[in-house]
Design a protein around this ligand. Structure first.
Ligand SMILES: Cc1cc2nc3c(=O)[nH]c(=O)nc-3n(C[C@H](O)[C@H](O)[C@H](O)COP(=O)(O)O)c2cc1C
Length: 399
């Protein structure tokens, strides 16, 4: 009897473990387009893209397996990737009624390191935009960012060179938003001449900050993409140290942002060493298994050293897919929030794709803020969040 009970419970556990994790939440897109004259495997109409996860679904349908795997892949068992997408439900909202949000729209814009943008989100650096649009690749991001006045952070290993991105940017110098502001991401390795060269080229191309990716000291374990021999953009082991940060400071007058901060001690050290901005990120879960999501890192900093959010500008990315995700990070003190995969997938639609992502995000941020009784996006009352679950999990420095 006991043996058969144990057997049943083992079967039950196995069935649970075998439950497939769904990459994209059901937004109704699939049901909808198959009710139209959509041909399986083709690109749907852009007008039918209503939610950011719609772009994930489309990418999975239309991209070649090797290319899709390179965008979608995450480290090892991909738990960090999944946690990045799911963690948001650990923080519930506490909407406030009758809050009079008359001036809310005027607070959507944000200043990052002294440059003004129309909304508190941006395009995170990601390589191989040509998998989305073989010809225009990153140029679509330049155009969309200029038109919507959104920050674009270009990747060192982008398909278009730093100079090509610089040239595309110059075409937008006379737009009504003023010249497009971009930041340049870099990796470093033992051959520092490559780093000094990249920084000099970024300066010449009029990038306004260097984003130094510090969370990739080695290649990461990426099974999904390894099947196609396309794993890391940066396959050489990175050379990373505070000494190199000091050397870099001597070489450039541009502000250097550290991308890939995942704990409060590193955030505090960055403040102490005079870093102007830090970027909370686990690289979209692509570097190491069980690295924390930006929501968890922001909460850890908030609980242990809340002054950090006033001492440096704090950016964040990894797993952001909804306006409400952005609001949670802003409430904790983050200034602006990046997205990687959504923009890469949207590039399948050409320049209109990233623009659509930007429009969806702007609408969701404003509408959700109004729903929650938020009247000023630059000063969100933490009472709008219920953080009890994170409180039970947070790392406390003095324990
Ligand atoms: C296809 C791809 C390539 C990436 N390449 C880089 C890179 O070259 N440098 C870098 O700092 N981060 C890179 N990232 C990480 C992104 O900058 C960003 O941190 C991450 O995508 C955010 O998570 P999300 O995709 O869930 O929005 C890449 C991400 C993706 C998806």
């Amino acid at each position: 009897m006991y043996r058969s009970l144990a057997c049943v419970s083992q079967l039950f556990a196995a069935a649970l473990a075998a439950t497939n994790w769904v990459n994209e939440p059901d937004t109704g897109l699939e049901d909808y387009i198959f009710s139209t004259n959509y041909t399986e495997g083709s690109l749907p109409l852009l007008k039918d893209m209503r939610a950011i996860p719609d772009f994930d679904w489309v990418a999975r349908q239309v991209m070649d397996n090797q290319m899709y795997s390179f965008y979608r892949v995450a480290a090892a068992g991909e738990t960090s990737y999944r946690n990045n997408l799911e963690v948001w439900s650990k923080v519930k909202f506490r909407p406030k009624v009758l809050a009079n949000h008359e001036g809310l729209n005027e607070t959507l814009s944000v200043s990052i390191l002294g440059y003004n943008f129309s909304a508190p989100f941006f395009i995170s650096p990601a390589t191989r935009a040509n998998y989305g649009d073989p010809e225009r690749a990153e140029i679509n991001f330049v155009d969309a960012a200029a038109e919507e006045n959104i920050l674009y952070v270009s990747a060192l290993y982008a398909n278009k060179t730093i100079e090509e991105i610089g040239a595309a940017k110059r075409k937008h110098n006379a737009t009504m938003n003023g010249p497009l502001v971009t930041f340049q991401q870099i990796y470093t390795n033992a051959n520092l001449s490559v780093t000094w060269d990249a920084i000099a080229r970024a300066e010449a191309a009029n990038a306004k900050a260097i984003v130094w990716t510090v969370d990739a000291p080695g290649s990461s374990t990426r099974h999904r993409a390894a099947r196609y021999d396309t794993t890391n953009a940066n396959s050489v082991t990175s050379y990373l140290s505070w000494d190199l940060y000091d050397q870099m400071k001597e070489r450039t007058s541009l502000p250097i942002i550290l991308k890939g901060i995942t704990n409060v001690e590193d955030a505090l050290e960055a403040v102490e060493r005079g870093v102007p901005a830090i970027w909370l990120s686990n690289h979209g879960g692509r570097q190491v298994e069980h690295s924390p999501s930006p929501l968890e890192v922001a909460y850890e900093i908030h609980r242990n050293a809340p002054q950090v959010f006033k001492q440096v500008e704090v950016l964040a990315d990894s797993g952001v897919r909804y306006g409400s995700d952005v609001l949670k990070l802003l409430a904790l003190g983050v200034k602006a929030v990046g997205m990687g995969r959504p923009f890469m997938y949207s590039n399948l639609f050409g320049p209109e794709g990233p623009k659509k992502v930007m429009k969806i995000m702007k609408d969701e941020i404003l509408n959700d803020a109004a729903q929650l009784g938020i009247t000023d996006l630059r000063n969100i009352d933490l009472k709008r969040l219920n953080t009890r679950i994170l409180e039970n999990e947070v790392y406390l420095m003095d324990n």
